[in-house]
Design a protein around this ligand. Structure first.
Ligand SMILES: *[C@@H]1O[C@H](CO)[C@@H](O)[C@H](O)[C@H]1NC(C)=O
Ligand SMILES: *[C@@H]1O[C@H](CO)[C@@H](O)[C@H](O)[C@H]1NC(C)=O
Ligand SMILES: *[C@@H]1O[C@H](CO)[C@@H](O)[C@H](O)[C@H]1NC(C)=O
Ligand SMILES: *[C@@H]1O[C@H](CO)[C@@H](O)[C@H](O)[C@H]1NC(C)=O
Ligand SMILES: *[C@@H]1O[C@H](CO)[C@@H](O)[C@H](O)[C@H]1NC(C)=O
Ligand SMILES: *[C@@H]1O[C@H](CO)[C@@H](O)[C@H](O)[C@H]1NC(C)=O
Length: 615
């Protein structure tokens, strides 16, 4: 039955391939805005972020033409902590283009250009370089990511060069297969936009300005009119372009209506850009034959080289696309060792042409930290009243360039997750208390909370962190007894509880690599070096004492029985001796009386057992 329905659905969808798709999900945030904002030319809606509690709202000084015309921003001073994030919830799972515009605070005290790092979903995608505010395509970071869990987290990370300031965040759904480049493409790889050029165009534009398809992700196309050799030229016309708006990338036709072409004197074209060395790049080259002089296959043929290696041989646009004014896109993924990427179009017939170029850096998506450990750290953050300067926003362990301070991380290859193996929050002026949720950080090997003002009891749940080797809670205001569970900590795996060394384990320094230090907590009691505990007893202690009393009573009983039995044996021996030796009669009357009283019994018991002894 369900198979039939599936079949019918499949049939239906194949019969109606062009049935209109729903509008893609789009969430645009104008940072620091008190009210929602609408911007020209398409009356785009930007949501205010006034409910956001981190950072400070401010006015933005507009920096160049491409920045969306938004007047406010949000900036994060160092006292807000090094990591600051927007966690956008209720995002339908899918494939998204996430873009973050940077800003300059319109205030004479902030004249310098901040330099900071940007991450999306825990993966660092961009480091701002000085001069970004004067370079069109460097005033934002953009990347294609998959959203599998309904939230998009994007963070800015301070690098000590000014306060990160951001103007806007856009989360724009794209086709599930957008920019599919072949093997390796998928959830584990993020495509960061490194360059997107509209060749031959004198105007930078967004897809939206071009009246582009909404599933294209509202891309920004930078203008370029020459590759700098001075001998290339521009072609452009307004003829309509076939196959532009096609799935999965839905390019606006306008990017094909202009091109840079080689000249008779210098027919080849070459474009170079700076790249990060030793990374992989996915390169997308757009062509449409828009030169009225070229109408047939074989009139324009060229090879495409990337850093000197042939990527595509004998490219003939009309031959490949099937017609003039018809779009064709070629993509190639390459590893680049040096700092320069050079794309060369080398003609064997006629001159070279190029309509648009896109370059993406492929970035391996970081694995995240175990969810329950992130939750436990957040509880700890609240319970200890961690100062704002710590940040502790986003993921504790990733991006690896910016882990939370005071947290040591380790990667588990099997689960492909990060976990926390150390907490070092000594001498940080922390108040508050230690929540029992700390035990959810079950991979901890070391905790140092020495030298703070933490109050209350030591949670007995600490005893559940079986790997714990170092626990330094010295110089705080912990009170009450030290939980017995801490004795279990080491005993569980490699300690014989009955050997009597457990108290030493708590008081003494080292035991099977475990080290405890409770010094300097005026309220603590019960171990050597600390005051003895008052009348306050835990249930466990009460049970322990009751058990002890019971054992003592049993011991007493057993001992008195033994004594009585032994005494009896002595008396019997004396009786026998007395009978056989008359000289022993000079005993006290008391002894004789006892002996006499016992006589009947003795005789009876002996006779019951047979006459051998008395005969
Ligand atoms: C931003 O500018 C407006 C006037 O345009 C002013 O009223 C407001 O106080 C400014 N806000 C900040 C945070 O400087
Ligand atoms: C990109 O190129 C690969 C082969 O190199 C091809 O399989 C893939 O379909 C191309 N992607 C698009 C969207 O055309
Ligand atoms: C580049 O791609 C190759 C092959 O897919 C891979 O082995 C290599 O690790 C990648 N390099 C980087 C820096 O991602
Ligand atoms: C914990 O931190 C304090 C203060 O920084 C330091 O003196 C102490 O040695 C640390 N404890 C351990 C067990 O490393
Ligand atoms: C320990 O301190 C907490 C708060 O500081 C207090 O509520 C509690 O009564 C104290 N317990 C003991 C046994 O002193
Ligand atoms: C605990 O730490 C303090 C200071 O850090 C030190 O003086 C003391 O000897 C330590 N106690 C134990 C049992 O190691």
């Amino acid at each position: 039955m369900s198979k039939l329905v599936l079949l019918l659905l499949t049939l239906f969808s194949t019969l109606h391939p062009s049935s209109p798709r729903p509008e893609p999900f789009a969430m645009r945030i104008s940072c620091g805005a008190r009210l929602n904002v609408h911007t020209p030319p398409t009356n785009t809606l930007w949501y205010k972020d006034f409910g956001y509690t981190g950072g400070r709202p401010g006015n933005a000084s507009l920096i160049n033409n491409i920045v969306p015309p938004l007047k406010t921003l949000r900036y994060f001073t160092l006292s807000d902590g090094p990591e600051n994030c927007y966690n956008i919830k209720r995002v339908p799972n899918g494939h998204y283009s996430v873009r973050i515009f940077f800003g300059l605070v319109a205030d004479p005290n902030f004249e310098s250009e901040p330099l900071f790092d940007v991450s999306i979903e825990g993966t660092q995608i961009y480091s701002l370089e000085s001069g970004w505010s004067t370079t069109e395509d460097q005033s934002f970071a953009e990347a294609l990511v998959f959203v599998p869990d309904g939230t998009v987290s994007s963070c800015v990370h301070s690098t000590g060069h000014g306060d990160p300031a951001i103007l806007s965040i856009e989360i724009l759904q794209v086709d599930d297969k957008a920019y599919y480049y072949g093997p390796g493409w998928g959830q584990g790889t993020i495509l960061r936009t490194a360059k997107r050029l509209n060749c031959g165009s004198g105007l930078a534009k967004f897809d939206a300005d071009y009246d582009g398809h909404h599933w294209g992700g509202d891309r920004f196309w930078q203008k370029v009119t020459s590759f700098g050799q001075g001998s290339d030229k521009i072609r452009s016309n307004q003829n309509s372009i076939r196959k532009a708006y096609s799935s999965p990338n839905f390019y606006p036709k306008e990017i094909y209506q202009t091109a840079i072409i080689g000249t008779d004197g210098q027919p080849d074209l070459s474009y170079s850009m700076d790249v990060e060395p030793n990374r992989n790049y996915s390169i997308w080259l757009h062509f449409a034959e828009i030169d009225a002089g070229i109408t047939n296959v074989g009139q324009r043929v060229f090879d495409i080289l990337i850093n000197g290696d042939i990527a595509f041989k004998d490219v003939d646009i009309i031959g490949m696309s099937g017609d003039t004014y018809t779009a064709i896109v070629l993509n190639k993924t390459v590893a680049i060792n040096g700092r320069t990427l050079t794309i060369t179009m080398n003609p064997t017939k006629g001159s070279a042409i190029i309509n648009a170029i896109e370059v993406f850096e492929l970035i391996s998506a970081e694995s995240k930290t175990l969810t329950e450990e992130v939750g436990a750290l957040q509880k700890l953050k609240n319970a200890l009243g961690l100062p704002l300067r710590f940040g502790w926003n986003g993921d504790p362990c990733v991006p690896q360039q910016h882990p939370w301070s005071g947290v040591d991380c380790q990667f588990d290859r099997i689960s492909a997750k990060w976990f926390i193996d150390g907490l070092g929050l000594d001498n940080q002026g922390l108040r508050g208390f230690l929540p029992s949720d700390i035990a959810k950080l079950r991979h901890l090997q070391s905790i140092n909370l020495s030298g703070n003002s933490i109050r209350g009891t030591i949670p007995s749940s600490l005893g559940a962190i079986t790997r714990l080797e170092v626990l330094d809670l010295s110089f705080n205001f912990f009170n009450d007894t030290i939980p017995e569970s801490l004795g279990m900590l080491t005993s569980l795996r490699r300690f014989n509880f009955l050997s009597g060394r457990v108290p030493a384990a708590l008081g003494g320094r080292l035991l099977h690599r475990a080290s405890f230090n409770f010094t300097g907590n005026a309220g603590l009691c019960g171990i050597p070096g600390l005051p003895t505990c008052g009348p306050h007893l835990s249930t466990g202690a009460k049970i322990g004492i009751a058990f002890g009393v019971f054992v003592a009573f049993i011991l007493l009983l057993v001992c008195s029985m033994c004594w009585w039995k032994r005494r009896q044996n002595i008396l019997r021996a004396q009786r026998i001796a007395a009978r056989d030796a008359p000289y022993a009669k000079a005993r006290t009357q008391f002894v004789r009386d006892v002996r006499l009283t016992r006589h009947h019994e003795l005789v009876r018991s002996v006779s019951e057992n047979g006459p051998s002894l008395l005969s």
